[in-house]
Ligand binder design. Structure first.
Ligand SMILES: [Zn+2]
Length: 126
């Protein structure tokens, strides 16, 4: 189940032609993420890998909160009808193979070498 975006969260996109930024705000924290226009028809803009390691004020963002930000961004981008390379795969079918992430025993998602958690982490700069 996907949780809706919380009221304390605000996202906006700025464009400077072929590139721009997405500004994510949660309470008093802000982070600016850069995008560039995609060359392929599959995506409108490219955002990966997302650098969600620190807020603008240099405070570190724990990994679980980074994954929440990723989920919020996806939810917002979907509503805005903007296709990006951080979208979830269209079908999340599980494959009968184990995730390649070291020590992980979860099942892979379709067309990926990773389980969902590690697929999400693969979109982040760690
Ligand atoms: Zn995994």
């Amino acid at each position: 189940m996907t949780e809706g975006m919380k009221l304390n969260t605000k996202i906006e996109i700025q464009s400077h032609g072929r590139y721009g930024s997405v500004i994510y705000q949660k309470n008093s924290n802000t982070i600016e993420l850069y995008w560039e226009m995609s060359g392929s028809k599959k995506y409108a803009i490219l955002l990966a890998p997302l650098d969600l390691r620190k807020w603008q004020d240099e405070n570190e963002i724990p990994i679980n909160e980074q994954l929440e930000i990723l989920a919020d961004l996806r939810c917002w981008l979907k509503r805005e009808n903007i296709k990006t390379d951080i979208d979830l795969p269209e079908e999340i079918e599980l494959e009968n193979k184990v995730c390649i992430h070291s020590g992980c025993n979860e099942t892979r998602i379709k067309n990926s070498a990773y389980c969902l958690r590690h697929y999400n982490e693969s979109l982040l700069k760690l």
